[in-house]
Ligand binder design. Structure first.
Ligand code: ADP
Length: 162
């Protein structure tokens, strides 16, 4: 059984992430989405909120599960029995960091391969940072995130404005 993990911040999850999720679920027997719970990083959504947001979106894909993790990615991969780490590549700007991480993880655990999927052209500009920035100024984010996520993001910024 080939298991892959797709780790990330998903703060919030975007159509770009969902595209990578669907495509990698078709490549592996099982895909575990790992929501990074890093206490040093200030995030808009708590790890639990991000996990439940993604769970709701993938509930119809039978071989996908979602959980949070912290600490070393290779340890998380080991824990779930994964042999591959999925990462998405948007532009050359992603490449340098991703290559460095993939090589570091390979040194840490040579049994785990990093698999890069190139972004769908429609989403190459899309990042969670862009979504947060637009939403913070009251912009329309419906082209970036699924309908169920839009009000959750808006609510965060409405609260901040009060
Ligand atoms: P991280 O903080 O780990 O980069 P992100 O949630 O920003 O977490 O991204 C998780 C993964 O999804 C990364 O591999 C990133 O390159 C990929 N990704 C993010 N947005 C897109 C997109 N629009 N198209 C393809 N891949 C994407």
């Amino acid at each position: 059984m080939k298991i892959a993990i797709y780790p990330g911040s998903f703060d919030p999850v975007t159509y770009g992430h969902l595209d990578i999720i669907k495509r990698s679920a078709a490549l592996f027997d099982s895909l575990v989405i790992g929501v990074l719970s890093n206490s040093a990083k200030i995030s808009l959504f708590s790890p639990d909120e991000r996990v439940s947001m993604i769970r709701d979106l993938v509930k119809e894909i039978p071989n996908v599960s979602v959980r949070s993790y912290d600490g070393l990615l290779v340890n998380f991969a080991d824990e779930v029995g994964a042999s591959a780490i999925i990462r998405g590549l948007r532009a050359v700007t992603d490449f340098e960091y991703e290559l460095q991480m993939a090589q570091t993880n390979k040194v840490e655990n040579s049994n785990i391969e990093t698999v890069f999927l190139t972004t769908d052209l429609h989403y190459s500009y899309l990042s969670s940072t862009v979504v947060r920035e637009f939403a913070s100024y009251g912009g329309d984010i419906s082209a970036f995130v699924p309908p169920s996520v839009v009000p959750l993001v808006q609510e965060k910024y409405n609260k901040k404005r009060i």
